[in-house]
Structures are given as C-alpha cells and as structure tokens.
Design a protein. Structure first.
Length: 259
C-alpha cells in the first residue's frame, strides 16, 4: 500500500483525476456483477416499485339465483252482458250501448271491449266475435238474450239477407235527417250519394223524402226498414220536397220489372 501511495503522490493532477474516475467505474462494474439478478442497490427488486402492491385475491362471488317470475294470469273471459245494439250506420258500423248507459259508434273489425270485436253488420242485428265463438246482438236486446247459435248466424247470410243488409247500409249512409223546429221532417239525400231506387224515381241529392208509399218518413227506424218495405211493394210512391215544392215520384221495384 505504501508503494501505491508514493506512486499516486508522484502523479500530476490530471493523471490523478483519470485514475480516480477509472477506479470508480471499475468499482461500479464489480458491484453490478456481485448483486443478485433483479435487485437494485436500494434493496428492492426491479419493477416492484413501479408495479405497486400486489392486489389481494378475492374468490369469485357465487351467482345470484334467478328469481322466478310470477305465473301469468289468464285474461278474463270476454263478457257480453249488458251490451245493446242501438243502431247500424253506413260504411259497416254499429252503435253499441254499454252497461254504464253510454253508447259508441263501432266500425266492423274494431275490438271495442277486451276480446270482443264487431265482425258483421246486418239489417237488424250484428255479429260479435269472441275467443269462444260468435254471438248475435239484436236491436234493443241485451247480448245475453240474443241468439248465438251457429244456425242463426248462417241464416243471416242468405243472399236476400245480404242484399237487404247492403241496401240498408247504403240508405243509412246516403240519407241524413232534415229537421225543422227541432223535429225530423224527413230525410235528405246527401251530396254524392248514389241510391238507385231514388234516382229511378227522379230524386236528386238535396231532395227531402217526407213519405214512402203514404207512410211518413221521419225516423231512423223507417230508414232501417226501408229495404224490406221496398222489396215487398208492387209500386213505390215517394213524396219529396225540392226547392219548397212537394213532388211525388213513382217507380217499380226491379223484381216486379223483371216479371
């Protein structure tokens, strides 16, 4: 050691700095070789500080058992009790009375109560469709009193009944009440209406029909009964008012004309 110190003292300042720097570099290299792999001089393994603490292990939670949904309740059966047919309208619609006293216009194909649909409209009745079958609802009769047998429904579908049903709908759509002093005095032909029987008698839109075959024509019931009365009459005589003047038109039903 003494010889090393003497030789070190004999060196000039530049050589001493060079030797000190070289010794420091050699010491750092030896320290790197002697430390275990992955351990830094501070005592921690490389990367542990960067990674942070190891999260605690938590076992997966047990799956929550599914809660069974309550059983679905069947919809209540459709009830027709208390329904009353109040009238039929042109275009395939009916006026239905309800148990609470209200009434509403219902078109064919409309479900107006849960499970109850208006299926057909005829002269004096309508057919209601439900899940349990078809029922017949007659004028001013509760549904519980109306016939619902399949035979009654089939009887209503004869060609003659269908023809009269179509005519009744045409009359109901083509005629509108004409009122004076709050009372119905007759039924006027609507603009654009095409009613063959009245056209053959010389009537035009705007004319007010006041009687048919001598009977006053002043109620909805007369409109509904008109098709049947015309079919059975040999001659049809229609009194109407045009421009304040009363006129009478006569025509024969088509059935009589073919004979």
């Amino acid at each position: 050691m003494g010889q090393i110190a003497i030789r070190f003292a004999a060196l000039n300042p530049r050589e001493r700095r060079f030797l000190v720097v070289g010794a420091a570099a050699l010491a750092a290299f030896l320290l790197y070789l002697l430390l275990p792999e992955g351990v830094e001089p501070g005592g921690e393994r490389a990367g542990e500080a960067a990674r942070g603490p190891v999260p605690a292990f938590h076992p997966p939670a047990a799956p929550t058992p599914a809660i069974p949904s309550p059983p679905s309740r069947a919809a209540p059966a459709a009830t027709l009790s208390g329904l009353v047919l109040r009238g039929v309208l042109g275009g395939g619609a009916a006026i239905i009375g309800f148990p609470d006293g209200n009434q509403r216009s219902v078109p064919v194909g409309r479900e107006f109560l849960p499970g109850v649909t208006l299926k057909e409209v005829a002269l004096r009745h309508v057919i209601l469709a439900t899940a349990s079958g078809e029922s017949r609802l007659e004028f001013n009769k509760p549904a519980s009193e109306a016939a619902s047998a399949a035979g009654a429904v089939a009887a209503a579908k004869t060609p003659e009944a269908e023809r009269r049903g179509r005519e009744t709908l045409e009359f109901r759509a083509g005629l509108m009440p004409f009122e004076e002093d709050g009372r119905i005095r007759g039924f006027a032909i609507r603009p654009g209406a095409s009613l063959a029987i009245f056209q053959r008698a010389g009537l035009r839109p705007g004319d007010v029909i006041v009687s048919v075959n001598g009977q006053a024509f002043r109620s909805e019931e007369k409109v509904l009964e008109l098709s049947g009365e015309l079919a059975s009459a040999k001659t049809i005589e229609i009194d109407f008012v045009r421009g304040g003047r009363r006129i009478t038109g006569k025509v024969e039903p088509r059935a009589n004309r073919r004979q």
